[in-house]
Design a protein around this ligand. Sequence first.
Ligand code: FES
Length: 117
Amino acid sequence: MEGMQQTTQAVRVCTVAELSDGEAVRVPPEETGTGAISVFNDGGEFYALDDACTHVGASLAEGYIEDGEVVCPWHGSRFCLLNGELEEGPATEDLRSYGVEVRDGSVWLLLEDTTGR
Ligand code: FES
């Protein structure tokens, strides 16, 4: 789009030691500049998805991880950790997914920042 520029903004989430296997950390909107985003550790790999379930908004950081998916704590919808795709309802929409990077012993959330707004 004209006059718009895409840059990547990194938000420090926590240290690698603070996010153990099977756990999630919720990064609040004040830090992401958009909605809350959850960062998950599944077997030493990190993934980031929108925190709010697309059904009625439960915090997915409060859910649990199984078979590469996060399971919503309220009604059990399942989303792929890799790309946010809905695998099982009652939700009907996918989640957005984000990049994660491990650098200097910390976990960083990578956000596309549209400047020039
Ligand atoms: S809020 Fe997640 S399944 Fe209902």
